[in-house]
Design a protein around this ligand. Structure first.
Ligand code: GLY
Length: 332
């Protein structure tokens, strides 16, 4: 607004206030414009995950509905999948690396921008809870390997064998050919990335994975790395990732999405642009999958992936639904 107009409007305002009249008539000409700009009240709370994880969102929803925090909701939501041995890419029952060791990565972020994470964690099912303990009970943000495991044990976590009979069998079969060929889509289960907004409007996020099946020993993906697998800015929104972690890491995908939302993009537009960054920088994109989900402070959600078959699970407005995500690559 030009300074002259601003002064004119300001004086109109002071006349209206001084004379005790309402501002309605003074603003009449702007009525249509302001109606258009009205931001709908967010439908809160909500919980959203990558992929089809209705049990995780249900757990998170129960916490949110009872007035619990988004931080508790995302932690306990992820714990559901970590404990599910049928889920072969998260927690106990996750696929091992090529040496037969199950190594977990997880991260968590709260409404205050605090972050905690673990990488290459072995023998502990609930990596997400260890990540939370790193955030809340240590002066650090990221712990790895044996040190992270010892820290978890000191906090009362139970040591467990994470390789199950069935993942051991599958690994032994894989060893016969030892071909490293990540699957483009694991339709119903992969890294769980979860975002939640509680009744206070506060946003938290969490991400937990056993990483790519039969990865090289020592490999770490995007999930535990702040800004890549997960990023939250409670004044703007949050984002989380699934799929080929190397590509998410190279483009710092979740941070990018939050920054794009800060610049005014919707969660959907921001996720799409983050996928386009990957596609534009890597001609090999037909051979791997990446999917993003995001929420903004207004409670709008978005998602985008390279390939079809990526979906997200959304619990909002008393409804727990799985939604197909839009995708980049139309296969002919
Ligand atoms: N997105 C999980 C991983 O690459 O490890």
């Amino acid at each position: 607004m030009k300074r002259r107009n601003f002064l004119k409007d300001a004086s109109l305002l002071s006349i209206a206030v001084a004379s005790g009249t309402t501002l309605v008539s003074a603003c009449k000409t702007d009525e249509a414009a302001s109606t258009k700009k009205a931001i709908p009240k967010p439908i809160l709370p909500l919980a959203i995950t990558t992929w089809r994880y209705p049990n995780a969102t249900k757990k998170a929803w129960e916490i949110l509905e009872a007035g619990g925090s988004s931080l508790d909701a995302v932690e306990q939501g992820c714990m559901v999948e970590e404990a599910d041995v049928k889920n072969t890419s998260v927690g106990k029952g996750g696929n091992p690396d090529r040496d037969g060791n199950v190594t977990l990565d997880a991260s968590i972020m709260n409404k205050d921008g605090n972050y905690g994470a673990v990488v290459y964690l072995q023998n502990i099912t609930h990596a997400i809870s260890v990540a939370r303990k790193v955030m809340e009970d240590t002066p650090h943000v990221l712990m790895a390997g044996k040190g992270a495991e010892q820290f978890a044990l000191s906090k009362g976590f139970k040591s467990e064998q994470l390789l199950t009979d069935s993942t051991k069998k599958a690994w032994e079969k894989w060893k016969k050919t030892s071909k490293y060929k990540p699957i483009i889509n694991i339709e119903n289960h992969d890294t769980i990335g979860m975002l939640a907004i509680d009744k206070n409007g506060d946003i938290s996020g969490a991400c937990s994975t056993s990483g790519l099946a039969y990865k090289m020993a020592g490999r770490v993906g995007d999930s535990p790395i702040i800004g890549s697998g997960l990023f939250i800015d409670n004044s703007i929104g949050g984002a989380t990732a699934t799929g080929m972690g190397e590509e998410v890491l190279k483009t710092v995908g979740s941070f990018l999405i939050v920054e794009l939302m800060r610049q005014g993009k919707s969660p959907q537009e921001a996720c799409k642009e983050a996928i386009e960054r990957i596609v534009n920088s890597n001609p090999n994109y037909k051979h791997f999958q990446v999917g993003y989900i995001a929420v903004n402070k207004q409670g709008e959600v978005g998602s985008y992936s390279i390939h079809e078959h990526f979906s997200y699970q959304l619990y909002q407005n008393n409804e727990n639904k799985n939604v197909k995500s839009p995708f980049f690559l139309k296969r002919g």
